[in-house]
Design a protein. Sequence first.
Length: 256
Amino acid sequence: MIFAGLADENPGTAVRPERQAWYFAVPFSIPRILGGTNGWPPCGDPCAAKGMMFLASMKDDIIRLKRERILEAARDLFSEYGYQGTTLDQVADRLEVTKPFIYSHFKSKAEILGELTQRGILAPLDAVRRAEEIGGDPKTRLTNLVHGFAEAVVAHQGEIAVSNREKNYVPMESRQKLKELQIEFDRGLAAILQDGIDNGQFEIDDLGLTVLSIGGMMIWPYSWYQPGGRLSTRELGDGLAKLVLRMVCVQDIVGG
C-alpha cells in the first residue's frame, strides 16, 4: 500500500505526518492496478501502459487537489485579514503543512492572489460562452447569461470579493490577463444586446453604458448575497434577469 503523491520533488515540501491522511487519502495497491509482480507489470504487458497512464492521471488530480486547498485557505485568510495582513506562514499553518509545501505549487503570495482574481472573472465569462453555445434569440441568450452569471457569483463569491478588495495588489502579469478577460466578457454581452437591437427585441440608447450597467448589477451580489438566505441561487437569477430585461425594454419579461 502507498499514499499517492506522498513525495514531492523537494523533500522539504512534505506534509506534516499527522496531516498525510488529509492530503493523500488515496491508498491503493499497485499490484491490483498494474497486475505485475511486486507491483510492477511485466515488460511489454499492455496493462503496463494503461496502469502508468492511470498513475499519471492520479498524480495530476492530486496536484490539482493540493493547489485547490492552498487557494481555498489563502482566499479565506485574505478575506479575514486582507492581502497585506496575510503571510504564507499563516496559509501553511491553516493547512497544517510546511511553507515549502506552498512554494512547491506557487511562486509567491502574489501569484496566489493572481490566480484567485482570474477565477473571479473566468466563471462569469463562462456564463457568456455557455449562453452563446446554447443559442436562441437574444432575449433567451441574455436570460441564460444572467442565470449563469448568478450561479458563478454564488459559487465564486469568495474569489470575487477578494479580487475586488485587493485589486491594487494583483501582479501586473495577472492584471493584463484580467483586462483581456474583461474585454472578452464585455464584447460577448454587447454582441447579445446588439443582436436584440437589430431584431427589434431590445431598445437601447447607449450600448456601452448598458453593458457596464448590466455587468455591474450582476456582479454586485457578491457583496450581499447570503447562501441559505431569503433567495435561492435560482431566485437570484430570476430576479436579476427580470431587472436586466426591463433595462433593455423587453415588454414580455417572463413569458413569450
